[in-house]
Design a protein around this ligand. Structure first.
Ligand code: GLC
Length: 450
C-alpha cells in the first residue's frame, strides 16, 4: 500500500466507524438570515456587511445543549465553522479584529464548543475557509466568487497573495495550537486555479501534521464537490486529504480509487436547503429521510455529516432539533447496524439496503413485501437472525412457495405460530416503517459474500 494511503487508513479508523456527524454553520450571516453566502451572492460591500457584527450577541448560545442534542441523535463527531468565507472568526484570533470576542457576545465560541462536545464524548472538528472575502490581500475584482468580483475599483494591483497566505497559515496555526487535540480539520474550498499549491498545500499539511499528527483532514485543499481530486487515484498527493466530501448527494456506488479500493468519504447534507441559518427556509427533510440517507451512506461505506444552522442568538432551529431527536430514537434502537458497519459485499436488495460489520449482516427493510423477504444467493449461510430493535428472533423461512428459489435464503417479518400454514407468512406492515433492521449472523464456515 502506498504510504499516503497507509497513513490515511490508520488515521481514519475511528472516523470510518463513527459514520454519523453534525455539521454546524454559524456566523454573522445568521443575522440577515439567508444563508452563509449572502455577502458573496448579493455582492455586499464590507460597509454593508460588517455592521452585523454589532448585533452578534449569541445570547442563548449554550453549546452543552447542542452537544446533548448531537449525542441524542447518535452523532459521534461535530464540525463547527471556525471561520467561513466572510472572514468572521468564532475564535479569538490575534490576527484579525473581525471576531466574536470583539462582538457584543465577547466570547470565544470555538473554545466553548470544543469543551462542551468533548465533555459529551463527541469527537470535535473545525471548518476553516481558505477563502477570505475580508482580507485585503485576497483577490477581489475578477475572482470567481469574491463579493467585489464585478467592481473594477477593487483591482488587485497592490494585493500580495503571499501576505494573505501568511495570515491564513497563522490563523490555522492558532486553531491547531490553542485548542487542544482536534479530531477533524475541514478546509473549504478550492476552485479554478485556487487550489493545491496555490494554498501552499504541501507546506500547510506538513505544518498541520507537525502539530496534530492524527487529525483527519478533508480533501478540499485540492478537490471539491465537483472533483474529489487525487484521493481517487493510485498516487494521491500529500494534500489529497483523508476523506472525499461529496456535497448534497450520496454517490451512487460509494467512492473507490482507480484500483477499485474503497476510499473514506463523507456526504455533507443540509437539513433544509441552506447551510447557514435561513429564517424562511422550512423545507426540511423528514427524520425518515435522514435515517434512510444515513443507511444509504453506510451501505456504500461512507459517512453522513448532517448540517444545522443556528440562528443569531445561538439556537438550533426547533424544527432541526425535533428531526434530530426522532433520528436519535431510531439510532438508539438500531445503532449497531450503523456504527462500525460498511459495505456488505452483496448487491443492493430490492427492499432496502444491506450494511455489515464482520460476520454480522444487517438487512434494512424499507419496503413492505407480500410474503418472505429474499436474501439473494445466501442459501445455507444464515446461522440465526433477530430484529435489531428488540432482539426478537426472526426465523429463516423454508416454505413450499420458496422451493424453486433454493439458492436464496428468506425470512419474514410476520409469521404464524401455527406451523405449516404458509398463508400466515407476510412482511407487511413493517414493524418500523422507516427501516426495520434484521441482524443476520453468518455461518463461520459459510462462503461469505464479498
Ligand atoms: C460549499 C459552500 C459552503 C459550505 C460548504 C459545506 O463549499 O461554499 O458554504 O460551507 O459547501 O460543504
Amino acid at each position: 500500500m502506498n504510504k499516503v494511503v497507509e497513513a490515511r487508513t490508520k488515521r481514519t479508523e475511528w472516523y470510518r466507524d463513527a459514520r454519523f456527524g453534525m455539521f454546524i454553520h454559524w456566523g454573522l450571516y445568521a443575522i440577515p438570515a439567508c444563508g452563509e453566502w449572502l455577502r458573496g451572492s448579493a455582492e455586499l460591500t464590507a460597509e454593508q456587511y460588517e455592521p452585523y457584527m454589532d448585533e452578534f450577541t449569541a445570547e442563548n448560545y449554550d453549546p452543552k445543549e447542542w452537544a446533548r442534542l448531537a449525542k441524542k441523535a447518535g452523532m459521534k463527531y461535530a464540525v463547527l465553522t471556525a471561520k467561513h468565507h466572510d472572514g468572521f472568526c468564532l475564535f479569538d484570533s490575534k490576527l484579525t479584529d473581525f471576531k466574536s470576542t470583539n462582538a457584543p457576545c465577547g466570547r470565544d465560541l470555538v473554545r466553548e464548543f470544543l469543551d462542551a462536545f468533548r465533555a459529551e464524548g463527541i469527537r470535535v472538528g473545525l471548518y476553516f475557509s481558505v477563502i477570505d472575502w475580508r482580507h485585503p490581500d485576497f483577490p477581489h475584482y475578477g475572482d470567481m466568487f469574491h463579493p467585489m468580483r464585478n467592481n473594477p475599483e477593487c483591482s488587485n494591483e497592490n494585493r500580495d497573495f503571499d501576505r494573505y497566505l501568511e495570515f491564513m497559515f497563522g490563523q490555522i496555526r492558532e486553531l491547531l495550537t490553542n485548542y487542544g487535540k482536534l479530531d477533524i480539520m475541514w478546509f473549504d474550498f478550492s476552485y479554478g486555479d485556487m487550489k493545491c499549491e496555490k494554498w501552499k498545500a504541501s507546506e500547510l499539511i506538513e505544518m498541520v501534521r507537525q502539530v496534530q499528527p492524527d487529525v483527519v483532514i478533508d480533501n478540499r485543499l485540492e478537490g471539491s464537490a465537483e472533483d474529489a481530486g487525487s484521493i481517487r487515484t493510485l498516487d494521491p498527493t500529500p494534500y489529497s486529504g483523508d476523506f472525499a466530501s461529496p456535497e448534497q448527494m450520496i454517490p451512487p456506488d460509494g467512492l473507490r480509487d482507480a484500483g477499485g479500493n474503497p476510499i473514506p468519504w463523507e456526504s455533507c447534507v443540509t437539513l433544509n436547503d441552506h447551510w447557514g441559518y435561513a429564517a424562511n427556509d422550512h423545507h426540511y427533510k423528514s427524520a425518515k429521510m435522514v435515517i434512510r440517507m444515513l443507511v444509504d451512506c453506510v451501505s456504500k461505506d461512507g459517512n453522513l455529516i448532517l448540517n444545522v444552522g443556528p440562528n443569531a442568538k445561538g439556537e438550533i432551529p426547533e424544527e432541526s432539533a425535533e428531526i434530530l431527536e426522532e433520528v436519535g430514537r431510531w439510532m438508539k434502537k438500531n445503532g449497531r447496524s450503523i456504527y462500525g458497519c460498511g459495505y456488505a459485499g452483496i448487491p443492493k436488495p430490492e427492499w432496502g439496503r444491506f450494511t455489515r460489520n464482520g460476520n454480522r449482516l444487517y438487512a434494512h427493510v424499507m419496503e413492505e413485501q407480500a410474503g418472505a423477504i429474499c436474501l439473494p444467493g445466501m442459501a445455507g449461510m444464515v446461522e440465526k437472525m433477530r430484529r435489531v430493535s428488540d432482539n426478537t428472533v426472526v426465523p429463516e423461512s423454508f416454505f413450499w412457495n420458496l422451493k424453486e428459489y433454493s439458492e436464496n435464503a428468506f425470512f419474514a417479518l410476520h409469521f404464524s405460530s401455527v406451523s405449516g400454514n404458509p398463508g400466515m407468512i407476510s412482511s407487511y406492515p413493517l414493524p418500523d416503517e422507516t427501516d426495520t433492521v434484521v441482524e443476520i449472523f453468518l455461518k463461520e464456515d459459510a462462503q461469505k459474500p464479498e
